[in-house]
Design a protein around this ligand. Structure first.
Ligand code: BGC
Length: 762
């Protein structure tokens, strides 16, 4: 008995000493927050977890009220989507002067692709494949937003999307996990810089964690359900990359994952995000996502709020479930004080890192607001970035670039429209300041260019549909003349011209949140206009505006030149004109596959092989994996995009044909610009793992390089491939590589490639 007691005492002493040895000395921030929290009441702690909305856009089930009073009572942690420096200053004043503990508020906003200087929509930005330009766009967005009171953005959205029916494909970087991860890192770096407390950097919020882009049938907010293997290998990488890049916050998604909505999913929020990936920032829900779990069928507001806190959610956007029910749940033992403290601490830490405790008005500098927003320099950068995001889809007989002294018939609902240029989620934009295509052409082509304009078609003929897409100030300006009259006017103008520039496609709000479409073609009335224009015999250039891949089979077969300009932001009109007239040679490459029809969806390049693959180049073979009525091919594959010049790939070489861990293979290829124009090319490297313990995709992007080549120039591009590039999550979720044969492909897009083989030896 005595011996037992001695052992117990020794054990206790050892454990005590050990636990002390492991405790890190408290940082200045920890001490400050510990001291602050020691003064906070339970209500005040819950107040920090509350994020009411204060902007004009209500996307969820509730909107916020009595905000001023709640701030005084310490019941608000932050606010979002206020676009007014004076309002932000005033509410911050209430928080730091009239509330008991004077804790500053954090101010968030959907700064998605720029603040007032809008850059192209994220899907377009991704098509630049240019990480420095993407980072620069986020840096400028941060600089402008922070000059106007904002210190936290709900971006980057890194959801992998393979279903173009889903309108929010516009807000992400497309279908590829590797490219998506590079972009996620660049965005976080652009927003946060190297020091969050600087007054011109803002905190990033990675969203929508997780799998929001995999909504069934492309219907927004719909259920997602997928295997862990797919989740880990194909959907998780960009979230993880953004977390590893140091993103300060994460937003939980609306959808369920494995039957549990993300906001109540402990596995997702704690086991993966915090324990496996080491995330140490805070998690905010999406708009009323906690309340929406009532409709998901998880219980009443008190139950779902407790589930959210238990899962690892820190901040409740708009719904006030945390504010109104957690006290009761604490009394009932459904949540613990330690959980509330942890959430409160994380939000206070974010405020500390942003420097708000040192100066709550750090981001409220009227001089900066007057001099750093929508500047000429920022607009110049936006114009350059936009031109780099456009994708030339077709250019028969080198119809483009146009001559500046042409007689142009400019037609279509997007030819003379400013509001729709910035694209979806452009909360801070002043649409009256965007540059329309007409304005851009006039300024770039100058006096020698004769422009005759006709609208030619409304966005859609169905007026009820038109009112659904005429929102957030992005008016569609319906013309009430008949479809025939509109077309007749455009044909008349076309007949008097050398070339027709048809600015058509989607209105800005035909993509984005809650803008799913079941038919993703160019609307029929616009197609009728295109047909009538083609009949004139004049060459037609389709300047295609869209927030998603469209089904362009007919357009690709019939229209000689197609330039996909997405939604290019404030400077869209100028940037499009720069490309149309050849001042900039287009270099964008698609980051999402363009299918032939909706029936092929989901169609993506990095699919599996199946046990009955269709032979390359075949249309249909009985008992093979294919369709009776359409081939398996897309209209435009991932990575596709033309240039005014031509690039030729020659001489793919590997430095050796076997690879061991710790070694590298050099993969090199000669790329020549054999055309007349200088231009940029994105050289893409894909790999296929030929044999695995689980099935592997037919190819996966593993690297890329963007080159500038003068006309006539050749460069040798070299990539290194290491064993670490070949790792994947196996069926036990172990991140491993497996020895065996691999194919490496290098080319101008995911289909047109040169290939070679190597073997991994372990
Ligand atoms: C969207 C988020 C957005 C939030 C706040 C939600 O409806 O899903 O992406 O950040 O609203 O505006």
């Amino acid at each position: 008995m005595k011996t037992f007691r001695i052992i117990a005492v020794l054990l206790t002493v050892f454990m005590f000493a050990n636990s002390h040895a492991q405790t890190k000395p408290q940082s200045k921030m920890d001490k400050f927050i510990t001291s602050l929290m020691s003064k906070m009441t339970l209500d005040e702690k819950l107040g920090q977890l509350n994020l009411p909305g204060a902007g004009d856009i209500t996307t969820g089930q509730a909107s916020s009220s009595d905000i001023g009073q709640k701030i005084k009572e310490g019941k608000v942690g932050g606010l979002f989507n206020i676009k007014s420096l004076s309002k932000i200053r005033n509410v911050q004043k209430v928080a730091v002067e009239d509330s008991r503990l004077k804790i500053p508020l954090i101010f968030g906003m959907d700064v998605i692709h720029g603040y007032q200087t809008e850059f192209p929509i994220p899907l377009a930005l991704s098509c630049s494949w240019d990480m420095s330009l993407i980072e620069e766009s986020a840096r400028i967005a941060a600089q402008e937003a922070s000059a106007d009171g904002i210190c936290w953005t709900f971006s980057p959205m890194v959801d992998i999307a393979r279903d173009p029916r889903w309108g929010r494909i516009a807000e992400g970087s497309g279908e590829d996990p590797y490219l998506g991860s590079q972009i996620a890192k660049a965005m976080v770096k652009g927003y946060q810089g190297d020091d969050l407390s600087k007054n011109n950097t803002i905190m990033a919020c990675v969203k929508h964690y997780a799998l929001y882009g995999a909504a069934e049938a492309g219907r927004d907010y719909n259920t997602t359900d997928m295997s862990r293997v797919r989740m880990y290998n194909e959907y998780f990488p960009p979230y993880k990359a953004a977390v590893e890049a140091g993103a300060g916050s994460v937003m939980s998604s609306f959808n369920e994952v494995d039957g549990i909505p993300a906001s109540a999913n402990k596995w997702l929020m704690t086991d993966i995000l915090r324990d496996a990936w080491g995330f140490n920032g805070f998690v905010v829900t999406d708009y009323t996502a906690i309340n929406e779990m009532i409709d998901h069928g998880l219980g009443d507001l008190k139950t779902v709020s407790a589930k959210a806190l238990n899962a690892g959610i820190d901040m409740d956007m708009v719904g006030e479930g945390f504010l109104t029910t957690l006290k009761k749940s604490l009394q009932e033992g459904k949540v613990t004080m330690a959980q509330i403290d942890a959430a409160c601490r994380r939000i206070l830490e974010a405020k500390y890192k942003l420097g708000l405790f040192d100066d709550p008005y750090r981001y409220c500098d009227e001089h900066r607001a007057a001099t750093e927003i929508f500047t000429d320099a920022n607009r110049k950068e936006a114009r350059k970035i936009a031109a780099h995001s456009f994708v030339l889809l077709k250019n028969q007989n080198q119809l483009l670039p146009l001559k500046k002294n042409s007689k142009i018939a400019l037609v279509g609902p997007l030819a003379n429209n400013r509001e729709n240029m910035p694209g979806t989620w452009s909360v801070a934009a002043d649409f009256s300041k965007s540059v329309s295509l007409m304005e851009g052409i006039k300024s770039v082509a100058g006096e020698g260019c004769v422009i005759q304009y006709a609208k030619g078609a409304n966005f859609v003929s169905d007026s009820a549909l038109e009112s659904r897409i005429s929102v957030f100030g992005k008016l569609t300006a319906r013309d009430n003349r008949s479809e025939e009259d509109l077309i007749a006017e455009a044909v008349d103008v076309a007949q008097q011209s050398d070339v027709v520039v048809a600015a058509m496609g989607e209105a800005a709000e035909m993509s984005g949140e809650c803008s799913s479409r079941s038919d993703i073609g160019v609307p029929e009335n616009q197609q009728n206009l295109l047909k009538a224009l083609l009949k004139t015999g004049k060459p037609v250039v389709l300047v295609l505006f869209t927030g998603r891949p469209l089904t362009l089979k007919w357009e690709n077969e019939n229209i000689p030149a197609i330039l996909n300009v997405w939604f290019g932001g404030s400077e869209a009109g100028n940037a499009i004109a720069d490309v149309l007239f050849g001042d900039v040679n287009p270099s964008g490459k698609l980051t999402a596959t363009f299918p032939q029809n909706v029936g092929q969806i989901p169609l993506f390049y990095n699919h599996k092989n199946t046990g009955r693959p269709l032979a390359e180049g075949k249309w249909f073979t009985k008992f093979r994996s294919n369709y009776l009525d359409v081939s398996n091919d897309p209209v435009y594959p991932f990575g596709y995009g033309l240039s005014y010049t031509t690039f030729k790939y020659n001489d793919l070489k590997l430095s050796k044909n076997t690879l061991k861990p710790g070694e590298e293979i050099q993969v090199s290829v000669d790329v020549s610009n054999i055309g007349k124009y200088d231009g940029e090319e994105v050289v893409q490297l894909y790999i296929r793992d030929m044999v695995g313990s689980i099935t592997r995709p037919v190819r996966e992007l593993k690297n890329f390089k963007k080159l500038f080549l003068k006309a006539g120039e050749t460069q040798t591009v070299t990539f290194s491939v290491a064993e670490s590039d070949l790792r994947f999550y196996d069926s036990n979720m172990k991140f491993i590589s497996e020895s065996g044969d691999f194919k490496v492909f290098v080319g101008t897009n995911s289909k047109e490639v040169k290939e070679a083989d190597f073997t991994l030896l372990k």
